[in-house]
Design a protein around this ligand. Structure first.
Ligand code: ADP
Ligand code: ADP
Length: 227
């Protein structure tokens, strides 16, 4: 479960990017975070994984305040998928996927097995493990990004416009594929998009942000009833 309690972010230049938002994502569910560019989506995500500090309020992951969790443990437990630039170009697919397991001290054999398992999950042929990201298509790279986020069995995954840079057909393919994959996982997900249709498709609940404020948090069904 993820809980944001009255969370505010004020950047050093005085910009209030997130203004007192509260919402809960129940264990195993997906919340879509939707709104126009600049409304505070990325800031919210980066506060959850502590790439950005929280100015006021608190965030809990599985009941523990993120401020009290060891940052390396937080990084293991909270996978992160972003648009395009997420992978390291000078590292093979296998090494990209293995970053967090390696960081937390898994041995080579265990990482090897996990990479094979994940490549199967994301429907990539085993031989791509030795390829570099530049040798893959955009859709394949985003699949690897998803695999990397899942590598160390996190309880939470943050996805920031994960399919945003893809052409519409590949995008739809990955959305459908991810919805399938998700059924077999026991993870809580926050999914950022500026596209309301994608938010509704991917989320069990949809959080609508405007200028840093949460204006609505509902199931897709309720949202369509009271837009
Ligand atoms: P979104 O992801 O919805 O596009 P962001 O969270 O990136 O929104 O940005 C929210 C607001 O905070 C915007 O006004 C943006 O310009 C501002 N902002 C983002 N990062 C910083 C920063 N590092 N310093 C100052 N302002 C920032
Ligand atoms: P997005 O809209 O995709 O979330 P942005 O283009 O708003 O991303 O931001 C890209 C990067 O620039 C982010 O790391 C964000 O923190 C930073 N940034 C955005 N707005 C500002 C700002 N006003 N001052 C400083 N950094 C900013």
């Amino acid at each position: 479960m993820i809980e944001l309690s009255d969370v505010t972010k004020e950047y050093p230049d005085g910009t209030v990017a997130v203004d007192g938002i509260s919402f809960e994502v129940p264990h195993g569910e997906t919340a879509s975070l939707v709104g126009p560019s600049g409304c505070g989506k990325t800031t919210t995500m980066t506060m959850i994984n502590r790439l950005t500090s929280v100015s006021e309020g608190d965030i809990y992951v599985d009941g523990d305040s993120i401020l009290e969790v060891d940052p390396i443990e937080l990084r293991r437990n909270v996978g992160y998928v972003i648009q395009e630039i997420g992978l390291f170009d000078h590292m093979t697919v296998e090494d990209n996927i293995g970053i967090v397991p390696d960081l937390i001290g898994w041995d080579e054999e265990r990482i090897d097995e996990r990479v094979s398992e994940l490549l199967e999950l994301i429907r990539l042929p085993p031989e791509v493990r030795n390829n570099y990201p530049g040798e893959l298509s955009g859709g394949q790279r985003q699949r690897v990004g998803v695999a990397r986020a899942l590598a160390a069995n996190p309880e939470v995954i943050l996805m920031d416009e994960p399919f945003g840079a893809l052409d519409p057909i590949t995008r739809e393919e990955l959305q459908d594929e991810f919805l399938e994959i998700q059924k077999g996982l026991d993870v809580t997900i926050v999914f950022v998009t500026h596209d309301i249709d994608e938010a509704i498709k991917m989320g069990d609940r949809v959080a609508v942000l405007r200028n840093g404020e949460l204006v609505q948090y509902d199931t897709p069904k309720e949202l369509l009833r009271n837009p």
